[in-house]
Design a protein around this ligand. Structure first.
Ligand SMILES: *Cc1c(COP(=O)(O)O)cnc(C)c1O
Length: 433
């Protein structure tokens, strides 16, 4: 993309932007929560739509001048509903963390109980990790895997816990769980105990939109929260999707599942947020338009195919993967058992060879989170760049050789750069116009 004004008006900022552009172009991105957006998304994000305050929802705003903000938000909402087979969508949450908080606030009072996946078994910080504010406001209890070798969730224990604790919400969702969840089973348990079933699909939304993974809304879930910037390949942002039709957000409705869309809209604004970022909403609309195209379905399928090959190639070379593989786009590699290196050491070593991934706890990890016994890696970004099975095998070879101390990071860095040059990022380059 050519920048006409910024290089002159603020060369210091432009130089930083160029640095990041080169880093992204030349490095291999394996962090499973990241991706490269299209230039169309970048263009939509960098627009004057961000000038406008649009508190409220389309047709029901607090300020005047909403002709185009109403149009763009309605378009984003309609595209989100169609793509995820939802009846209602709120595209205003500023991030995944905010979206989750909005759902909690829509349905619960302080002190209420939530049942969610254990953090070290794959759950997310925003599902009530002790360091979060949500953990102070609500009572989070946990479910885990039954067996770390297969990755199967202990559904019987989940049900027993739910029957005993009567949570208000049961959350299905994860950021480092490499297997599929049995949505119908979890939704059934939620129904049995009168809980709301909430799926946080931040990581896998693009794979669901692309038809490669099942959609929790098709299997009895009441609500989905998701980020828009991970596999969905949009701007940083989030959405809340649900079944049911929203009523007048100006009137507080009763807390029933039928009223959930209205409760959610009210929790987003004025409950927790102020004005939505309309430039971001515009970029979400663009990304959702892209996600409805046939190429996106191919991408989603290829993300999974690549992950299977990468996981297989790592295991063939002696790596221990948590749950012995993956059904989705990510995997957790136990670097401590595989190479005698903690996650922090492995992350730093690979970064020196141009390969970016992140340290990650393994189930019931004895090491503190800042060190961790493993790393998490995934295929969304590499797949967006057009890399396929053959490249996955090379990546596995590099990772293993580096972690065993059998390869020179500087030499691998050059090879990584060469491979990346053959697969340019769709975010494009940053140039002076
Ligand atoms: C990434 C993620 C979030 C948080 O999203 P942010 O946009 O970083 O706030 C929430 N839940 C899950 C499962 C995630 O993976």
């Amino acid at each position: 993309m050519k920048y006409h004004v910024l290089p002159q008006s603020d060369p210091e900022v432009f130089e930083i932007l160029q640095g990041e552009a080169v880093r992204e172009a030349e490095g291999l991105e394996l962090i499973p929560s990241e991706n490269y957006v299209s230039e169309a998304v970048i263009e939509a994000l960098g627009t004057l739509m961000g000038n406008k305050y649009a508190e409220g929802t389309p047709g029901r705003r607090y300020y005047g001048g909403q002709t185009y903000t109403d149009r763009i938000e309605s378009l984003a909402i309609e595209r989100a509903k169609a793509l995820f087979r939802a009846d209602h969508a709120n595209v205003q949450p500023l991030s995944g963390a905010a979206a989750n908080l909005c759902v909690y606030a829509s349905w619960m009072d302080p002190g209420d109980t939530v049942l969610a996946m254990d953090l070290s078994h794959g759950g997310h910080l925003t599902h009530g990790a002790p360091v979060t504010f949500a953990a102070k406001a609500f009572n989070f209890i946990r479910y885990k895997m039954k067996d770390i070798e297969s990755g199967e969730i202990d559904y019987d224990a989940l049900e027993a816990t739910a029957l005993e604790a009567r949570p208000k919400i049961i959350i299905a969702g994860f950021s480092s769980y490499p297997r599929q969840l049995d949505y119908a089973r979890i939704a059934g348990i939620a129904q049995k105990v009168g809980a709301m079933a909430m799926a946080d699909m931040a990581h896998i939304a693009g794979l669901i939109a692309g038809g490669a993974l099942p959609n929790p809304l098709d299997h009895g879930f009441n609500v989905i929260t998701t980020t828009t910037h991970k596999t969905l390949r949009g701007p940083r942002g989030a959405m809340i999707l649900s079944k049911g039709i929203a009523g007048n957000p100006l009137k507080a409705p009763e807390k029933t599942l039928e009223n959930l869309p209205t409760l959610i809209d009210r929790a987003v604004f004025p409950g927790l947020q102020g004005g939505p970022h309309m430039n971001k909403v515009m970029a979400i609309a663009v990304a959702l338009g892209e996600a409805a195209r046939p190429e996106f379905r191919q991408y989603a399928t290829q993300v999974l195919a690549n992950a299977k090959v990468l996981a297989g190639a790592l295991m063939e070379r002696g790596c221990r993967l948590i749950t012995n593989g993956t059904d989705n786009h990510l995997m957790v590699l136990d670097t401590m058992t595989s190479f005698g290196k903690n996650g922090q050491e492995a992350q730093a070593l690979l970064e020196s060879a141009g390969i970016t991934l992140n340290k990650n706890a393994i189930p019931d990890d004895p090491l503190p989170p800042f060190k961790s016994s493993g790393v998490r890696l995934g295929t969304p970004s590499a797949t967006t760049r057009g890399m396929k099975e053959q490249e996955m095998i090379r990546i596995a070879e590099w990772i293993v050789a580096l972690c065993k101390g059998e390869a020179d990071p500087a030499a691998v860095k050059e090879e990584v750069k060469e491979l990346c040059a053959k697969h340019p990022s769709p975010s494009g380059v940053v140039e002076r116009g």
